[in-house]
Design a protein around this ligand. Structure first.
Ligand code: FE
Length: 234
């Protein structure tokens, strides 16, 4: 079976946000889709281990921010690869708060939905929430980010908790030179990005052939924004 076939299914990229005890949390999701138009109903698949899952269960409400193509990896990294249990995802983020406290992320959103959970389905690792659209707004005319664009152009990865995560084939990551030495690869323990010295990170000023030790301390993970201390030998 070729699991990569599943990569050919197209999706968008969204921030799902909810509130519990006055505290907001949010996460990236790609599995938002419309189920019916009358009444307007959507579904989203959320990992049971995610804090947002707990918040949606508690409030029965959430928001969907539709991300635009220009959304930076930093934003996607913060919402997609970090946990609200140890990181304040909303610091410095433009948010609209609804009367019940449900947050709506406005940064790099071209529009949003405000929804109320009407049903849910236990799907093992994930819950599919079915939700009625209470309100919906278009904020600007930007193009929506697609999951393919995120992977192909922005070189994004899927976190292990994503419904669409596929394990990389064993050994694929370790083809090149491993072990101690300047060509040692390092992996970001937040998002799984692998720094390969033979390639460097030219988009962020690190030329090919730069060992991990020689990268300036100001450099951060191009996927999630974690600093160098979050990397381990791969
Ligand atoms: Fe990272």
């Amino acid at each position: 079976m070729k699991l990569e076939t599943l990569h050919k299914i197209s999706y968008g990229l969204y921030i799902i946000a909810a509130v519990k005890d006055g505290k907001p949390n949010g996460q990236i999701a790609n599995t938002v889709f419309q189920i019916t138009s009358e009444p307007p109903t959507i579904a989203v698949s959320i990992n049971k281990n995610n804090l947002t899952h707990e918040y949606i269960l508690a409030s029965g409400r959430f928001s969907v921010s539709i991300l635009e193509k220009g959304a930076p990896m930093q934003l996607i990294g913060n919402f997609g690869f970090k946990s609200g249990r140890e990181f304040d995802k909303f610091s410095g983020i433009k948010v609209k708060n609804l009367a019940d406290g449900t947050p709506i992320v406005l940064d790099y959103a071209l529009g949003f939905l405000e929804v109320k959970v009407v049903n849910q389905f236990d799907c093992g690792t994930h819950t599919i929430f079915f939700a009625k659209v209470i309100d919906a707004e278009i904020l600007n005319s930007a193009e929506p980010m697609t999951y393919a664009y995120y992977h192909d152009v922005k070189k994004g990865k899927a976190p292990k908790t994503a419904p669409t995560y596929i394990r990389e084939e064993d050994g694929k990551e370790s083809e090149a030179i491993n072990g101690e030495g300047p060509m040692q690869k390092y992996v970001c323990k937040i998002c799984g990005y692998v720094y390969d010295p033979t390639k460097g990170d030219p988009d962020n000023g690190v030329s090919a052939g730069t060992s991990f030790a020689k990268i300036p301390d100001s450099w951060v993970c191009p996927i999630c924004g974690a600093d160098k201390s979050q990397f381990l030998e791969n």
